[in-house]
Design a binder for this molecule. Sequence first.
Ligand code: AMP
Length: 175
Amino acid sequence: MIEARIKQTVRDVNDFPKPGIIFKDITPILKDSVLCGEITAALAEQLSSIQIDVVAGIESRGFLFGMSLANLLGVPFVPMRKAGKLPYKTVQHSYDLEYGSATLELHEDAFLPGQRVLIHDDLLATGGTVVAASHLIHKLGAEVAGYSFIIALDFLNGRERLDVFSPNHFALASY
Ligand code: AMP
């Protein structure tokens, strides 16, 4: 079962990036090309009943499987980046972190109005990052088709914050 394989392969790193956090390190997954292919296929399978026009991946680990997922679905991939990285004209959305704030950016022509955008990231924690991504998608007149993660930390209740944008949120491995 894919969930067990992911959990066996992900590496827990205690106290990174700060004390008390157990960081789910997915780099051991990236060394296993067979597992990577199975993860991409399983992500696509979970989304099979949803109409998706574009996959948006969140910097930086959301790029790793977001691109292969978009390729498998046969739809465009759009990178959502941290401030100051994208070269063309951008739109931004800033959001609060536990300490300080962060900004996500998109190229202003990333989506056509009304397009249905699937947001992909490696991991759902509090949901703050993908909520910000959702606001940014709305700023460009597009819709949130749903959310796709490899891992969800469901004890942090991030999914509750996603329902106002879309009821479609999927993860392959939950804790
Ligand atoms: P959040 O906005 O709280 O849902 O945090 C999600 C973002 O932070 C994702 O881009 C994750 O890659 C990263 N992240 C948060 N917590 C962890 C964790 N325990 N292990 C690995 N990545 C994490």
